[in-house]
Design a protein around this ligand. Structure first.
Ligand code: F6R
Length: 242
């Protein structure tokens, strides 16, 4: 595991964008595993800027996102499809038919999950998987549990996750209670993983994930077992690790 210290969120975003851009240049047919949330947001903006400057070509890139809320469609401004379209896909020359997220509106949750795992199999996993870290240690929406979830599944979101997501919705009642998420196996199919962590509020959970026991109570702790993980974190997030 490599740990790279960024100064702050801006620096972290620049370093993250540079790594993603390097992956795209090195292999223009890359399969990128993407995350939503605030951690990768500015990095996506910097990738758009590189594209506009003629430095990046997304035309042969495939993307698979980690997760999607159950019950939200592409037109819902809180869906992750909407986030990805507005914050990246709409602004670069990506073929949208090769951008994948679990189908939040799928009628049969089991079929949504099995279809997503099949897709990951067919793609041979991702070349680079971006991850953020939840305040409770989740990756994707793999919440603290008694066992690590293996496959894509429909999850009941933890109260702390609902509270953390509350800021994006009009009221707490509007926050979806369920989401689809890649399981640990799907995440571990990645050749390389890039975990982005910013801010003091993540310092103790980051320490638990990197230095504590590998336990499904801290889902990100399983990353200690992946062969190629880079943790890109700012000084505040790393403050308890020194
Ligand atoms: C988002 C995702 C989540 C977030 C995590 C951190 O697609 O899978 O695991 O990465 O909740 O969220 P932020 O970056 O908003 O702190």
């Amino acid at each position: 595991m490599h740990i790279i210290q960024a100064i702050d969120y801006n620096d972290l975003s620049k370093k993250a964008a540079d790594r993603i851009a390097a992956q795209i240049r090195e292999n223009p047919d890359s399969v990128l595993g993407l995350a939503t949330g605030s951690s990768p947001l500015a990095a996506y903006g910097l990738l758009i800027r590189q594209y506009e400057q003629g430095k990046l070509d997304f035309s042969r890139i495939t993307t698979v996102n980690l997760d999607e809320y159950r019950g939200l469609g592409p037109e819902n401004s809180q869906s992750y499809r909407y986030y990805m379209d507005r914050n990246l896909f709409d602004h670069v020359n990506i073929d949208k038919s090769r951008t994948f997220l679990p189908d939040g509106l799928g009628a049969d949750p089991e079929a949504v999950c099995r279809g997503y795992d099949q897709l990951l199999e067919d793609l041979g996993g991702t070349d680079l998987q971006l991850l953020g870290l939840g305040h409770n240690g989740h990756i994707g929406f793999n919440e603290p549990a008694d066992a690590f979830p293996r496959d894509t599944h429909c999850v009941n979101l933890a109260e702390s996750t609902i509270a953390a997501n509350r800021r994006f919705f009009q009221s707490e009642a509007d926050v979806p209670r369920q989401a689809y998420t890649m399981g640990i196996r799907g995440i571990f199919l990645a050749e390389k993983i890039l975990l982005l962590v910013s801010g003091q509020a993540k310092a103790s959970i980051l320490k638990a994930a990197l230095c504590g026991p590998i336990t499904p109570r801290v889902p990100a702790s399983i990353l200690q077992l992946h062969r190629d993980v880079t943790v890109l974190a700012d000084e505040a997030a790393l403050s308890e690790l020194r």
